[in-house]
Write a protein that binds this ligand. Sequence first.
Ligand SMILES: [Zn+2]
Length: 334
Amino acid sequence: MSQQKLFEREYGKVKIRVYGGLNEIGGNCVVIEDGDRKIVFDNGIRFSLLRKFYGGRIEPLGLSELRSLRIIPPLDALQGSSSLYISHLHLDHAGLLSSVPPEVSIKVPSLRVLENTLASWYKRPGSWLAYVPPDFTAKVGEIEPGRDDENKVIAMPVSHSSFPAYSFLYMGGDATIFYSGDLRFEPLANICRQLDEVISDVGVDRVDVAMLEGTNFSVEHTPISASTFRDYISLLLREYELISISIDPLDLEAFMSILDLSLVMERSLIIGSERLLWTVNEIERIKPEALNTMHISEELETPAPLSLKSISLINEVFKSPENYVLVIEPVGLL
Ligand SMILES: [Zn+2]
């Protein structure tokens, strides 16, 4: 896989190069050159390769080693480009933001979410993950959705298990390019809309090239639909007493969906993982009234945000579990 051939195509004056993410899951990095403009979509880590070389106590020595093994995009993908657009904050798309040359401006889906999630999780891990937060010399700005920007890019908010997430349209002179990023066709909560609705708002009715991420395209099972997700969670809430649900720590939609259902079933939601604390800030904006029924587990021993009450799992929750739903993330589960 490290010998993957660079995909390169020209559509009139618009040239597309795909450095990663083709015939593999993750590692997305798409470069578009059009006259003297050069932009990049995503800067992903190729996890398949990372797992091949590292594990246990064997850790990358640094950025140049990761580059030479092609686990992160080569420097020439990024050099000379004006902007790097990050579709969402999963590491197979955002990658190591410290590795981006300082002349490239980094555009992220949300500065607040970046600060409260990746940047705080990986600030001082004492490992190669310290390269995840952007370097302090980098220009980091926020994507402005819905209109074409100085690079002729239109960012369209989409549903995904990392919030917020974007698809992009590049309005080149000779070709219109669509890059999906990773997305769900059906949002789990009403904080996002379906892709077709978002595209029709933009008013573009055809594209020349569409690059679609399809993590589930070839799997044997049908990906779970939003209504099936809600049905299963409702069933759990009705049938069982102690319920603990593990979700991707960036999946605000799943969090909101579980929160809504727990409100209907008159259960209080308890945050059981530190990495889910950023959601409190978002709930404050989207659904502040829900904060009254949310708690943080006392056993986490992290200072609770002011708006949340803490509660002891051992002394309270486990004694009357039918009143609660515990939400954690996979690291917390371990
Ligand atoms: Zn993703």
